[in-house]
Design a protein around this ligand. Structure first.
Ligand SMILES: Cc1ncc(COP(=O)(O)O)c(C=O)c1O
Length: 473
C-alpha cells in the first residue's frame, strides 16, 4: 500500500517539478494516462492518482475526452503578517453573532466552508461502528452504573500516554483527565486556574470558541500578536505578563485556528520557561498536533515544561469524528483542581466510547488513518488556495497552513467581510468572518474557510461565487 502511495507521489512530484521549471508550460497537454503507465511501468490507477493529486493542487486540469492540461499558474499571493493589538485586556462579546454564523453555515444546501469540520467520508466511521458493537457485546457491564468519579478508562489513558512518546512526552498516567471533547477540557482548565474578572492572554486572531469560553466565564481577553508562520509573539507575552495581571495563557501552538501556524520549538521552549517563571498557567490546545503537514509530529509546549505549569488539551474531533465527544487534558500540577471541575461539570465520560477509542488506538489503525488524513487535509488546503487564487481579488493574501484544515484570507482593506457575510448567506454561501476571531473586532477584512472537505466541483463553485461577491463594491 505505502509502496503504491510512494509511486504515485513520486510521479506527481516529477510532473509538478516540470511544471514549476517551465518544461511543461501553461496549456500543454500531459502525456496520456496509457502512455505514462507504459513508459513508467506503473499501473493505470497509480498514474490516475498522480494526475488527480496534481489536479487537487490546481496544477493541471482534466478536459473531457482530451486528457490533462497544465493550468494557468496561480498568481503569487503574499501571506498575511501579524498585526499589533490593543494593549488593554477587554471583555468578550461574540457569542450571539458566532452562534448565528455557525448555524447558518450548517443549513442544508450551504457548502461546508464555515465550521472547521471534516467531511464524513474522510472518517473511519464504519470501523468505529464495528468497535462500538464489539465493545458493547464484550463488556456488557459498562452501562451498569458505577461511580461518577474515576470513570477514566485505564486502557485509554495508557494509549494516550504511549502516543505522547512520539512528541517528546511522555505524559504521566496520573495527570490525565478524560473529558467530553476538547472544548470541555479547555473550559475545565480555565475554571481551575482563573476566577471571573481575570485576564487571559490569547492569540490574535484567536479560535472563536476559546473567546466564547472567556465570555461565558466572565474573563477578559488580552490579544497578543500572532504570526502566521511562527505563532504567538513570546516577546509581546513577556511584556504583557510583567506586572502579574495575566492569570493564564490560552493558545493553539500546533496548527493555530485560524492561521494554521506551528510555533518553532525554540519559541515553545521560551514560552514554557517564561510562563513558569511568571506563574502564568498555560492552557495549550493540541487538537491539530496529529494533523501536521511537515515530516515530524510537532512537539507541544507541554514537552518543554518541567514545572507542571502547562495543561495540554486535545480530542479526536478533527481526526476521528466530532461525534465521539472524547477529549482529554494532561493537567500537570493542576490535575486535582481539574478533576474536581470535571466531577462537578459532567461527572464522567462515556465508558463505551472510551473503550472504543482505546481499542482503535491500540490496533494501530489510528496511525494508518492519520497518515492518509494528513495528506488529504494538505491537498484540500492546496486546492482551496488555488481556487482562492483564481477567483478572489488579486490583492487577497492567504496563509500557508502547516497543520489542520482551515485557511485564513486577508482581503483588500476596503472589503468588509462582516458586511459581505450577510450577502453571502442570502446567497446560500458561508464562511466565518474574521472579526469573530478577535475580542476587539479586528480582522474585519479577513475570513476563514474550512478545508475539511474534498475539493469537489461544488466547493470550487462556492469559492468562485464567494470570490465574485468580494469583487462587488
Ligand atoms: C482549536 C480547536 N480546539 C477545539 C475544537 C473543538 O473540539 P471538540 O469538538 O473536541 O470540542 C476545535 C474545533 O473547531 C478547534 O479548532
Amino acid at each position: 500500500m505505502s509502496e503504491q502511495l510512494l509511486r504515485y507521489e513520486k510521479l506527481a512530484a516529477e510532473l509538478a517539478g516540470m511544471i514549476a521549471g517551465g518544461v511543461l508550460a501553461h496549456g500543454d497537454r500531459l502525456p496520456s494516462v496509457r502512455r505514462l503507465s507504459e513508459e513508467r511501468r506503473l499501473s493505470v490507477s497509480t498514474v490516475v492518482q498522480a494526475l488527480r493529486q496534481l489536479e487537487d493542487r490546481g496544477l493541471v486540469e482534466a478536459r473531457p475526452q482530451s486528457g490533462y492540461f497544465v493550468r494557468r499558474p496561480m498568481p503569487l499571493r503574499g501571506e498575511p503578517v501579524s498585526r499589533s493589538t490593543p494593549e488593554a485586556p477587554m471583555p468578550v462579546d461574540i457569542s450571539q453573532r458566532l452562534v448565528r454564523v455557525l448555524q447558518a453555515g450548517m443549513k442544508p444546501g450551504v457548502p461546508p466552508l464555515a465550521a472547521a469540520l471534516p467531511a464524513p467520508e474522510l472518517l473511519p466511521v464504519a470501523a468505529l461502528h464495528r468497535l462500538y458493537a464489539g465493545v458493547a457485546r464484550r463488556h456488557p457491564k459498562l452501562l451498569e452504573g458505577g461511580s461518577h468519579i474515576n470513570m477514566d478508562e485505564p486502557a485509554l489513558v495508557r494509549q494516550l500516554v504511549r502516543r505522547s512518546l512520539a512528541w517528546g512526552g511522555p505524559l504521566a498516567v496520573e495527570e490525565i483527565v478524560i473529558t467530553n471533547s476538547c472544548t470541555e477540557a479547555l473550559g475545565l482548565c480555565l475554571r481551575a486556574v482563573t476566577k471571573p474578572g481575570d485576564t487571559v492572554a490569547v492569540e490574535s486572531p484567536a479560535y472563536y470558541l476559546m473567546l466564547q469560553l472567556l465570555e461565558t466565564l466572565g474573563l477578559k481577553a488580552l490579544e497578543i500578536p500572532t504570526d502566521p508562520r511562527n505563532g504567538i509573539s513570546v516577546e509581546a507575552l513577556d511584556l504583557a505578563t510583567r506586572h502579574g495581571e495575566v492569570a493564564a495563557c490560552l493558545l493553539v501552538p500546533n496548527g493555530s485556528n485560524p492561521l494554521g501556524s506551528v510555533m518553532p520549538d525554540e519559541r515553545k521552549r521560551q514560552l514554557a520557561t517564561l510562563m513558569a517563571a511568571r506563574g502564568v498557567a498555560v492552557i495549550e490546545d493540541d487538537i491539530y498536533g496529529d494533523l501536521h503537514f511537515g515530516a515530524q509530529r510537532p512537539w507541544p509546549i507541554k514537552s518543554f515544561d518541567s514545572a507542571g505549569n502547562v495543561m495540554l488539551c486535545s480530542s479526536f474531533s478533527k481526526s476521528l469524528s466530532p461525534s465521539l465527544r472524547i477529549g482529554f487534558v494532561a493537567a500537570g500540577r493542576h490535575r486535582s483542581a481539574i478533576a474536581l471541575q470535571k466531577t462537578i461539570t459532567s461527572g464522567g465520560t462515556n465508558p463505551i466510547t472510551q473503550h472504543v477509542l482505546a481499542e482503535y488506538l491500540e490496533s494501530g489503525a489510528y496511525e494508518r488513518h492519520l497518515r492518509n488524513l494528513r495528506r488529504t487535509y494538505e491537498r484540500q488546503i492546496d486546492a482551496m488556495r488555488a481556487a482562492v487564487g483564481r477567483y478572489f481579488p488579486a490583492a487577497t493574501r492567504m496563509t500557508h497552513p502547516q497543520a489542520g484544515c482551515v485557511l485564513w484570507l486577508e482581503l483588500p482593506d476596503e472589503i468588509d467581510a462582516t458586511l459581505m457575510y450577510e450577502r453571502a448567506i442570502a446567497d446560500d454561501l458561508a464562511y466565518v468572518p474574521g472579526e469573530l476571531f478577535s475580542p476587539s473586532g479586528m480582522y474585519r477584512n479577513c475570513l476563514r474557510l474550512n478545508c475539511g472537505n474534498p475539493h469537489t466541483p461544488e466547493i470550487e463553485d462556492a469559492v468562485r461565487r464567494l470570490g465574485a461577491l468580494m469583487m462587488k463594491p
